[in-house]
Design a protein around this ligand. Structure first.
Ligand code: OSB
Ligand code: MG
Length: 367
């Protein structure tokens, strides 16, 4: 399949409600949106990096530059028989897995469309819908209790509470007391250190399914130490950017669950390898999110149909994030299940009208 053109947009979508995590508050989603073209078909993907290096080291500006100046020139006018050979073209570069994923994922969509198959089928997944939960940002405890109640009523399969120092044990006491049977987890986005081990051990009292990424974004070793001190399983997110990171975490018992974000690990090829590796360790995985638009969400949903994704993911209804999405389809859950978009590739199409309004810049590339 020869890539004969590309369009790189910078897109901005206002969020319905601000989203606060340990590292700060987001009020809008700004992201690179890439279109790759071949044989009259289009493949789409978005980058999951933030404007500032507050989740991982990548930034929107850095990724836009790398995609436009380095990665696209490497693939334009070239033929790739399989997405894995495209991923190999990027192997010499250091890190920048989110920028690579943007190009790699758009090619998976294009390649699946060239075969006339849904993305889930070419990835090895199956099924018409996936189980999802919600990720609730940091806010006053009373408001969080209300949001937990409404989302449980809507059928969401798991509630993930964002925590940070000073907004942790009291929150868990209140939520667990009000919802004794809820499937609960927490996500700390790296805001604790091993000096907080006693506090984190205190979370063992709340029957959490797992504690997500309590320690530093680049420190698998300290997570292994922490896991020896607590009963609740640790789930790694930020620490896992490559298959090798996953291997080291599994071999050292630093992660008993892994949050796979396809946009964080360089794309679907690596996401699937991490999934396979976790299966061989009998470690469950689930698909995280980065407040993506419908394009990124569709990719996440297809990936989530692989058999090792046995825990509910974060790809909840698009209407929780945006008043209007940049795709024509509506990605909404029904009783905590998100339907897999049908048709070739990711199965969703751009709403070019609204995309025009939401676009900050456009660059076109020809082979
Ligand atoms: O750590 O999983 C995270 C959102 C932005 C940055 C990091 C994370 C998150 C979420 C929200 O938890 C997931 C979503 O609803 O898309
Ligand atoms: Mg996380």
């Amino acid at each position: 399949l020869r890539i004969d053109g590309a369009t790189l947009r910078l897109v901005r979508l206002p969020l319905v409600t601000p989203f606060t995590i340990a590292t700060g508050t987001m009020t809008e989603k700004v992201f690179p949106l890439l279109t790759l073209r071949a044989d009259g078909l289009e493949g789409y993907a978005e980058g999951v990096m933030d404007p500032l290096p507050d989740y991982l080291e990548e930034t929107v500006a850095g990724a836009m530059d790398l995609i436009a100046r380095v990665l696209l020139p490497q693939v334009l006018g070239r033929s790739f028989a399989h997405p894995e050979s495209l991923a190999r073209a990027f192997a010499p570069w250091r890190a920048n897995f989110m920028a690579r994923a943007t190009v790699e994922m758009a090619f998976w969509d294009l390649w699946a469309k060239s075969l006339g198959l849904p993305l889930q089928t070419v990835l090895g997944g199956a099924g018409e819908a996936i189980d999802v939960g919600v990720s609730l940002g940091i806010g006053p405890v009373a408001g969080t209790l209300e949001r937990v109640a409404t989302h449980l009523e809507q059928g969401y399969k798991r509630i993930k509470l964002k925590v940070k120092p000073g907004h942790d044990i009291a929150l868990l006491e209140a939520v667990r007391h009000a919802f004794p049977d809820a499937h609960l987890t927490v996500d700390a986005n790296c805001c604790y250190t091993l000096a907080d081990s006693d506090l984190i051990r205190g979370m063992d009292d709340f029957a959490l399914d797992y504690i997500e990424q309590p320690l530093a974004w680049d420190d698998i070793h300290d997570h292994a130490t922490l896991q020896r001190r607590i009963r609740t399983p640790l789930c790694l997110d930020e620490c896992i950017r490559t298959v090798d990171h996953a291997r080291k975490a599994l071999q050292t018992d630093a992660a008993r669950v892994i949050n796979i974000k396809v946009g964080r690990v360089g794309g679907h090829a690596a996401a699937r390898q991490i999934h396979d590796l976790c299966q061989s360790f009998q470690v469950p995985v689930w698909c995280g999110g980065m407040l993506e638009s419908g394009i990124g969400r569709a990719h996440n949903i297809h990936l989530s149909t692989l058999p090792g994704f046995t825990k509910p993911g974060d790809t909840s209804s698009a209407s929780r994030y945006f008043t209007r999405d940049i795709i024509e389809q509506k990605l909404e859950t029904e009783g905590g299940r998100m339907p897999v978009p049908k048709g070739p590739g990711i199965g969703v199409t751009l709403d070019l009208d609204y995309l025009g309004t939401a676009t900050l810049s456009v660059q076109d590339f020809a082979a």
